[in-house]
Design a protein around this ligand. Structure first.
Ligand SMILES: Cc1cc2nc3c(=O)[nH]c(=O)nc-3n(C[C@H](O)[C@H](O)[C@H](O)COP(=O)(O)OP(=O)(O)OC[C@H]3O[C@@H](n4cnc5c(N)ncnc54)[C@H](O)[C@@H]3O)c2cc1C
Length: 405
């Protein structure tokens, strides 16, 4: 088939690769000038299935998004309703965890098959500062055990042995060690996979904003240079997907839950080597991740509803600086920090939308939320299987548009 993909974030790139690997003729349209320029640019880079949840931040801690603007109040209300403890929320959480496991496995397989080099580091620790943090984590810990997730509950001393750069002055009651979790630079991976997809024949159009979609047996995309016909069109445009789909009658309650990151070079100290984390740590209380990316450190967190891409949310950035300073004081050259804001595109139930759009010729791979990097490789494979009319090894139940009707 001749397939167009709208958007070259991590979801568009992985989808392009899987479809090209299946022998389709793929053309990707991206309004920016490179892959991974949107939410995939400087995201947390943590690949930790156990922490992928339907809420705005991490599975263990769910910090409610700060609301800026009344227009999103209804969305926030719907999200709160779908996350209310009960069978539906438990099922969504379990589905997302399984999807994240499948994404993690597919990422590892792609690294091995294609020999990709992406600043990887293995292992993650969820840091529980005090007894009340440990008490609050008991229920999620129990759930992880029930779901068969590999983890270990460590006391502070053992955790510090794994991450010796943690400041000894900050109390650390316990930590959850997630041995299979780790760090992978999402943007580097997207660039490497784009090259592989290109080798398989996928074509890329940058600076190509898709203005409209045409559904039907001969679907098309409309750009500034006119209309282009295909056999199928996949929408993977992240937070911008809803506005493209609305004119087709596909109305999605897709919100942008904004988050921020700081990335800075690590400092080297004579006799101590490079300061900072060895792999990934998560400050449970603040839902902030701190990861090592080669010779840099990245701190990510925050969840804001409303606002725009340009205006940074200073209180969130202040939290990121404070949490980094707490755990790894002096480790980073903060004068050179790159400050970034990105949108987690989320539906109120926190699950992605993968499959047909319910109108001829249009397919969806969107709504990846706070764990989008971890699940992207799984939803790409699932979408390719669905589009190819094959049974998939990835369980895609409840990820279709039918659930929203
Ligand atoms: C602060 C923060 C931290 C995060 N940390 C993690 C983490 O540690 N682990 C994890 O698993 N996930 C994390 N995530 C989530 C993850 O980054 C996202 O879910 C993921 O990047 C979404 O990818 P995407 O391809 O759907 O969207 P995007 O990367 O935004 O890609 C969409 C693309 O579509 C393009 N586009 C949009 N409209 C059009 C149009 N009309 N025409 C052409 N192109 C168009 C955009 O330019 C963009 O490039 C984090 C997110 C944030 C914001």
């Amino acid at each position: 088939m001749r397939i167009a993909i709208v958007g070259a974030g991590i979801v568009g790139v992985t989808t392009a690769y899987e479809l090209a690997a299946d022998g389709h003729e793929v053309m990707v349209f991206e309004r920016g000038d490179a892959v991974a320029g949107g939410a995939s640019f400087a995201s947390g880079s943590l690949v930790a299935p156990a922490l992928v949840g339907p809420g705005p931040t991490l599975g263990l801690v769910e910090i409610p998004p700060r609301l800026a603007g009344l227009g999103l109040a209804r969305w926030a209300w719907r999200q709160r309703r779908s996350l209310r403890p009960g069978a539906a929320a438990t099922e969504a959480r379990t589905r997302l965890l399984r999807l994240a496991d499948a994404g993690h496995a597919r990422l590892q397989a792609l690294h091995a098959e294609l020999g990709l080099d992406t600043e990887r580091a293995e292992g993650a620790l969820v840091l529980l500062r005090r007894k009340q943090d440990l008490d609050r984590a008991r229920a999620p810990i129990k759930r992880l055990a029930e779901l068969g997730v590999a983890f270990e509950l460590l006391d502070g001393e053992r955790a510090r042995a794994l991450e010796p750069g943690l400041d000894a002055a900050v109390p650390l009651r316990a930590a959850i060690r997630l041995p299979t979790a780790g760090v992978v630079n999402c943007r580097q991976f997207a660039h490497a996979l784009k090259a592989q997809a290109q080798r398989l024949g996928a074509q890329w159009r940058f600076g190509a904003t898709v203005r409209a979609l045409r559904a039907g047996t001969a679907p098309a995309i409309v750009g500034d240079d006119g209309e282009h016909g295909f056999d199928a069109v996949v929408v993977a445009a992240g937070a911008a997907s809803a506005e493209l789909l609305a004119p087709l009658g596909v109305r999605l309650a897709l919100a942008a839950v904004w988050g921020h990151s700081l990335t800075a070079p690590l400092r080297e100290v004579d006799g101590h080597g490079m300061l900072g984390p060895r792999a990934a740590v998560v400050d449970e209380r603040h839902a902030v991740t701190i990861v090592r990316l080669g010779r840099r450190v990245r701190v990510a967190g925050g969840a804001e509803l409303g606002g725009d891409a340009q205006t940074l949310h200073e209180p969130t950035l202040a939290t990121l600086y404070a949490v980094l300073h707490d755990w790894f004081p002096g480790a980073a050259q903060l004068a050179q920090a790159q400050r970034w804001k990105g949108a987690r595109a989320m539906l109120p139930d926190g699950l992605p939308l993968v499959g047909g759009a319910g109108v001829d010729g249009i397919w969806l791979n969107l709504g990846h939320g706070g764990g989008g990097w971890t699940i992207a490789a799984a939803t790409a494979r699932l979408l390719a299987d669905r589009l190819g009319g094959r049974a998939s090894a990835i369980d895609g139940r409840a990820l279709g548009i039918d659930r929203l009707r």
